[in-house]
Design a protein around this ligand. Structure first.
Ligand code: ADP
Length: 287
């Protein structure tokens, strides 16, 4: 099922001469895990803002074309309605968290939906258990580390049971360990909970083997939209830098080693090299 449908979309912020998104055509199916990448200023955040109606409801400008999320035209659908289906997590969790405890933070959106208190309690408990937040439930979000805050931000949107999770550079302010932990949680949500994930990230290496699709943007346009296995071999990937594992793969190919597929993670590469060494060993034993 198509969950996001964008047709011939061009968007120019009010006051700007140049469009920030230009002739975007994209369809995202339910269950996909889409990685969006591209240089700073290429339009990634603007793209995310379309998906929950922040554009055009909060950011005004000229919107040409069509954006449908779960069949709803974002122009005609209020943001509170879209928020039930599209969960948004931003770079800076501090701006998203403002209540006095983690528990209250997670319950907030549900209270706004007017759900019965018993259901709110049940959903809050479920999410706290899923995200491993038991020890933090009574803490104020401002007392938490960046990684913990980001987990709470995800927990708050998860409680709404969204169909789509949109994360705009969620690891930008996190240390390497918390970043990987967060990306693991997001991967789990896609694989286990079947939530469609749209993730803006620069850390390609940590995600290539997890995502089902890589969208590369440049100057407001989508310039590449492929499975990571094809995308990493496309020369356009140089716009964001060729992943290290692919550099090694290319060098090995140049000196005559051929593999079926490019490696999408250091583990992939290590397995390939092991196989190569084994094979080489067998050949030399035979000769
Ligand atoms: P990215 O997320 O890839 O860094 P953005 O979507 O933030 O890119 O920005 C794309 C372009 O839109 C940039 O030229 C930026 O200056 C412009 N832009 C972003 N937000 C606004 C805004 N609120 N008002 C006017 N221009 C904006």
């Amino acid at each position: 099922m198509t969950i996001v449908e964008i047709k011939n979309l061009t968007f120019t912020y009010k006051g700007n001469d140049e469009p920030s998104l230009l002739d975007i055509n994209v369809e995202i199916r339910e269950g996909e895990f889409v990685l969006i990448t591209g240089p700073s200023g290429c339009g990634k955040s603007t793209f995310c803002r379309l998906l929950n109606g922040l554009i055009p409801h909060f950011y005004s400008g000229e919107l040409k074309g069509e954006v449908r999320v779960l069949g709803m035209d974002v122009r005609k659908t209020p943001t509170y309605e879209l928020a039930r289906y599209v969960g948004m997590v931003f770079q800076d969790p501090e701006n998203q968290l403002f209540l006095s405890s983690v528990e209250k933070e997670i319950a907030f959106g549900l209270e706004n939906l007017g759900l019965p208190p018993s259901e709110i309690r049940e959903r809050v408990e479920q999410v706290i258990a899923y995200m491993g937040l038991e020890n933090l439930r009574d803490k104020a979000p401002f007392e938490l580390s960046g990684g913990q805050q980001q987990k709470v931000a995800i927990a708050s949107v998860l409680a709404m049971q969204p169909k789509i999770l949109v994360l705009d550079e969620p690891t930008a302010n996190l240390d390497p360990y918390s970043s990987l932990e967060l990306l693991d949680i997001v991967t789990r949500l896609n694989r286990e909970e079947k939530i469609t994930v749209i993730l803006v990230e620069h850390r390609l290496e940590a995600l290539l083997d997890k995502v089902s699709r890589l969208i590369l943007m440049d100057k407001g346009r989508i310039v590449l939209d492929e499975h990571p296995r094809e995308a990493v071999l496309n020369p356009k990937i140089k716009i964001v830098g060729v992943p290290k594992v692919i550099e090694v793969y290319e060098r090995l190919k140049k000196i005559g080693y051929n593999f079926n597929n490019p490696p999408l993670s250091p583990e992939d590469l290590s397995n390939m090299v092991h196989e190569m060494v084994d094979l080489h060993g067998r050949h030399s034993r035979r000769s």
